[in-house]
Design a binder for this molecule. Structure first.
Ligand SMILES: [Zn+2]
Ligand SMILES: [Zn+2]
Length: 504
């Protein structure tokens, strides 16, 4: 007689799944007790979804700086060394992970991105290309613009270049490194409309206002209940009615757990973007020289404020090549971004600095620029330093920290002003940068200046109202350094630590 034995690995996967106890968990690999770096793993039975996969700035800046960067050569070792990403099998791209060990099969179902800020999306560069990334159409376009115009080497968001691979030489014997077109691979990138089904989980996407377009909040219907993940949001931007409508709709749903951002939980309501536009407009009034401004590169709400203020004052807004590329990418989307024709594009002197010198042929001048920049060189609305120097009264020149060097070419005349519309320094590095920027501005007679800015995040009073409206069973603060402040808003607050797993 034969005894029939069923070793564990002979039982079909399906059988194993149905016999397992259904369980829903959240694990906080990033975004717990810190602002940004959200890497939250939602597991519902055998469905595993990442809620954002961003860079934890404060932790990364503790070890790294501009000239002390993690090395690609170690695969992911340099990031794992400091716990900047969790070392989990079946998550990372094979070319990188194979520097450390034998790669495993794909073990996750999706990454759900709330928006294109680096603290939510930058580390998707390291993920397997067959792991589907879900995001709004506008987020996809912004990531594509970032990928094309980035200089970091870690911005492969839609397409990646396979590294560390040898292929036989086409002529003769031996091997060569895989490079160029042959190394390119596409990621599985999926634009999410209003809903999607990912494994066990039904996902609903809701637009929210934030300091860049395309941001989404998500409702996740799991087998243990409904989770509301806010992403980053505010009520004082141009798309504020989107946030209000989203909260109204979610208020009708029974929410079991709410993951709520709390960047500004200890602060009060910020000034609305419309008021900010009025202040900028009046600041520019009567200025005889050049208006130099700084605002975040992808904050389209702010760009509109500066554009309208410029038009009110019979000036033209001059944006950077990177911003021009972003505007080109956003054309035809529903985010309300200005058209490329509505602004002027600044062509800085680069490399040999030949722009505007008629003694050189066009193709030689073009060699001063990256390939993606060259299409802007012959735009009718392109301007160079000379144009602005000759008629400063006609322009508003957008100039961030790295573009300050252009002031040497432009030489703002007496009677010029500077408007700073970015966040105040928040750590040592940004303090130092601000001191340097101030020195430049003093040198060029643009000091003192006015600070006119509002944040991308809701303040304490709006967070309290949102939580009251959504009225979740359990409240989990994320993306905040002050999770305890939420205890004033809700009876049942769960404060989570990095690496902690909680069951729903
Ligand atoms: Zn964020
Ligand atoms: Zn953000």
């Amino acid at each position: 007689m034969l005894a029939i034995l069923y070793p564990k690995n002979c039982i079909s996967d399906d059988l194993q799944r149905s016999s397992a106890i259904r369980m829903t968990t959240l694990t906080f690999y990033g975004g717990a007790g810190e602002i940004g770096g959200n890497q939250i793993l939602l597991e519902d039975d055998d469905t595993r979804i990442w809620l954002d996969f961003g860079m934890p700035f404060s932790r990364a800046n503790r070890y790294f700086s501009e000239f002390l960067q993690p090395r690609k050569l170690s695969g992911l070792g340099d990031w794992f060394e400091f716990g900047l990403m969790p070392d989990l099998p079946g998550l990372y791209r094979e070319d990188y992970i194979s520097r450390l060990r034998e790669p495993s099969d794909l073990a996750f179902d999706a990454v759900l991105l709330t928006h294109a800020h680096a603290d939510h999306s930058a580390y998707i560069h390291f993920l397997r290309p067959d792991l589907p990334i879900y995001a709004s159409e506008v987020t996809k376009r912004i990531l594509e613009a970032l990928e094309v115009t980035s200089t970091t080497g870690f911005a492969e968001f839609l397409r990646l270049k396979e590294t560390f691979k040898l292929v036989p030489k086409s002529k003769g014997e031996g091997f060569k490194r895989l490079q160029g077109k042959e190394a390119k691979r596409s990621r599985k990138f999926k634009v999410i409309g209003s809903r999607a089904r990912i494994g066990n989980i039904e996902v609903e996407a809701f637009p929210v206002s934030h300091s860049l377009p395309g941001a989404r909040a998500y409702l996740l219907h799991t087998s243990s209940g409904t989770i509301f993940y806010t992403g980053d949001f505010r009520f004082h931007g141009r798309g504020e009615e989107a946030t209000r409508e989203t909260v109204e709709r979610v208020a009708d749903v029974e929410v079991d757990a709410m993951l709520c951002e709390g960047t500004r939980v200890r602060e009060s309501t910020d000034i609305p973007e419309a008021e900010l536009e009025r202040r900028i407009t009046s600041e520019m009034r009567g200025v005889k020289g050049l208006v130099v401004v700084n605002f975040p590169p992808r904050d389209i709400d702010r760009m509109i404020s500066f554009l309208r203020a410029s038009e009110e004052n019979d000036r033209k807004l001059v944006v950077s090549l990177r911003q021009a590329y972003l505007l080109k990418m956003l054309e035809g989307s529903d985010c309300g971004a200005p058209k490329l024709d509505d602004v002027c594009v600044y062509l800085p002197r680069k490399n040999w600095g030949l722009i505007g010198d008629p003694s050189y042929p066009e193709e030689v001048v073009a060699q001063d620029y990256e390939y993606w920049e060259r299409e802007f060189l012959n735009l009718e609305n392109a301007v160079i330093a000379e144009d602005i120097r000759e008629s400063p009264r006609d322009y508003v020149f957008r100039c961030d920290f790295f573009e300050l060097k252009n002031l040497i070419d432009i030489r703002p005349p007496k009677g010029s002003i500077y408007i700073r519309s970015v966040t105040e320094p928040f750590d040592e590095e940004t303090e130092i940068d601000k001191r340097k920027a101030d020195a430049w501005l003093k040198h060029f007679g643009l000091y003192p200046y006015s600070q006119i800015h509002c944040s991308g995040h809701a303040g304490g009073p709006e967070l309290r109202r949102t939580i009251e409206d959504v009225s979740p069973e359990l409240l989990i603060p994320v993306h905040t350094e002050a999770p305890e402040a939420f205890e004033e808003f809700h009876q049942n607050v769960k404060r989570v630590k990095l690496g902690q797993r909680i069951e729903l």
